[in-house]
Design a protein around this ligand. Sequence first.
Ligand SMILES: Cc1ncc(COP(=O)(O)O)c(C=O)c1O
Length: 354
Amino acid sequence: MNTSSGIPPAPERRFASDNNAAVHPLILESLERANRGHAVAYGDDPWTASAEEAFNELFGQQVSTLMVWNGTGANVLALATLLSPAGAVVCSDASHINVDETGAPERILGAKLIDVPTTQGKITPDQVLNLQHLIGVVHHVQPSVLSLTQSTEWGTMYTPNEIGALCDAAHSMGMKVHLDGARIANATAALGGTQQALKSFTVDAGVDVISFGGAKNGMMYGEAVIYLDPELARSAPYVRKQVTQLPSKVRYISAQFSALLTDDLWIKNARHANEMATLLYGQTVGLAGVTLDGAPEVNSIFPVLPAAHIEALRDWSFFYDWDSHHQQVRWMTAWDTELADIDQFVAGIGHFVG
Ligand SMILES: Cc1ncc(COP(=O)(O)O)c(C=O)c1O
């Protein structure tokens, strides 16, 4: 406690990232239940069968689900199975695959990423259609996959219609559409939290393959790659192994997803994270030294702070830079953020920034 020095106590749960959060107790309980006896390795176990069935029910159709270790691996596997020879992945300049995967897609896929400039992480159909000139020219990579992120790295969202229009544009050029859904739960919650909300920007919009997030929404680790058209998954089991994303003890990822999809836990967790971001925004938007744009759509806000105060605030309660050239940082809430965390963080902002 630093109260004697006038420094307020730092929040127990910080605002660095949703993947800094603890594991939800119901996920741990499910892991404990799965942790009995032996099970066939590599996914041929009852926990995986039941998680696969839960995903079929969630999407209201037969899908192909492959559990993987992490989000980068989910993206690499999805893209690897969709890419055609000499194909390229079209993505936003702010996308995780472009910025935060240490070049894993380029290295493992051996393919070019065509990163199109976006202001808040959202690609437009025109940007896709403008790549038409590459098609059929032997000297150019061939646009093969469009990768969208929902919700985006900028905490923005595509409307279902926007994703529909992007899928139409991509499909009209013979491309497939991948959705990086590391935060698909936050987007679904923000769009109403129903099964229909999920379907509206995935199945109905024409998305082909989804990286479905778990670790940012209360799981310990693990993500799932969902092929909405199981035909597209034909090579996926082999490619998953090749790209080192086949865990032997798949049951421990599957058991977590089963718990996450039971009684809408995935929506409850994400809705809570989103609501906490709205509260954080409400309590910080007027503070001296904090410049914020519009209210959050999901679970992150991106304030600009005075350069002189960022480090002291960060040393007190860690968070990430977003655009260090413009003193912009990112504050992100999680399934376990509490009101007290927000109150204490706001007190700290008053102390270090105000
Ligand atoms: C949009 C997005 N996609 C994918 C990932 C992949 O995460 P990881 O490989 O750390 O599990 C992240 C993690 O921050 C992310 O924000």
